[in-house]
Design a protein around this ligand. Structure first.
Ligand code: HEC
Length: 184
């Protein structure tokens, strides 16, 4: 009896193994996984480090959007990727959208059911697979992206041209764009 169970379990595991789609083999799925990893990472960190009664400091930022920035640098150094976070209401001016990126933000803003967009583009003579996804505001983001007056002190000081406040839960915060060179 026990052995039958064991065999059934082994068969199930083998089935799961063979039917799991291989992310690494499809370059478009790989950049999708990267984009999702980054957005989920930010969401999880915000939930972990922003608690109702906690004081929000620059250290909190280092653990949330700061940690995301580090992960992006790590990924772009390791692989030939280009990763951008852009928002019309940006905090860091380097995240100002180009005209084309602004058009994508407009599209995602207009259709909240749109989960992703992918295509291939040419940039400086290189063909890239491109993946774009929306980033939404959650409760935990409001500590730093909510009301202007409620922003932690360091934000007002460090980002004199800050536009990334005044958001509400469910608002489109911006988009993430991941580019990976297409294999020849
Ligand atoms: C503890 C404060 C803090 C929290 C909480 C926080 N952020 Fe941020 N966020 C910042 C700061 C500061 C920056 C600017 C980083 C830089 O200099 O590049 C930023 C930048 C960003 C950017 C890059 C675009 C821009 O405006 O420059 C996005 C996208 C973003 N945050 C989304 C979110 C989302 C979504 C959440 C919640 C899941 C969140 N943030 C939570 C402080 C925070």
């Amino acid at each position: 009896m026990k052995k039958t169970y064991l065999n059934a379990l082994i068969a199930l595991c083998a089935l799961a193994l063979f039917t799991t789609p291989s992310i690494a083999n499809d370059p478009t799925d790989k950049i999708r996984a990267i984009a999702e990893e980054i957005t989920e990472m930010r969401s999880n960190l915000a939930k972990t480090f922003v608690k109702d009664n906690s004081t929000i400091t620059e250290e909190t930022f280092q653990n949330v959007c700061g940690a995301v920035g580090k992960r992006v640098n790590e990924l772009t150094e390791k692989e030939a990727l280009i990763i951008r976070h852009v928002s019309a209401k940006n905090r860091n001016p380097k995240n100002t959208p180009t005209a084309e990126e602004a058009a994508f933000i407009f599209t995602f803003e207009g259709d909240k059911s749109l989960k992703r967009y992918r295509d291939a583009i040419e940039k400086n003579g290189v063909t890239y697979n491109r993946f774009i996804a929306p980033i939404y505001i959650e409760q935990a983001c409001l500590a730093c992206h909510g009301e202007k007056k409620a922003r932690p002190e360091f934000i007002a000081t460090k980002y004199p041209n800050d536009k990334a406040y005044g958001f509400k839960t469910g608002d489109l915060r911006g988009i993430i764009i991941v580019l990976a060179p297409k294999a020849k």
